[in-house]
Design a protein around this ligand. Structure first.
Ligand code: SF4
Length: 80
């Protein structure tokens, strides 16, 4: 499993992430959020976070690498 986190304070709406991973979408505030049917998305004013158990971690990592503000974090998490 892996967790994807967007730091909304760091995000500046460049949307380089959207072209790397279609789970990243623009929200009503013009910032990136996550939209998916396969993971639970939790969002508050500062962060958007979702945990996935699929084989698309590389897509999320590509989005993280493309973000000019390092607003995206992808980390392995253990099953619980
Ligand atoms: S690439 Fe980074 S700054 Fe740009 S929208 Fe995505 S998360 Fe936000």
């Amino acid at each position: 499993m892996y967790r994807v986190t967007i730091d909304r304070d760091a995000c500046d709406g460049v949307f380089a992430c959207l072209t790397r991973d279609s789970r990243f979408v623009e929200d009503d505030d013009g910032l990136a959020t996550l939209e998916t049917s396969s993971g639970d998305v939790e969002a508050d004013a500062e962060t958007v976070e979702a945990t996935f158990a699929d084989d698309h971690a590389a897509d999320a990592e590509a989005a993280a690498a493309a973000c000019p503000f390092d607003a995206i974090t992808v980390e392995e998490v253990s099953e619980s």
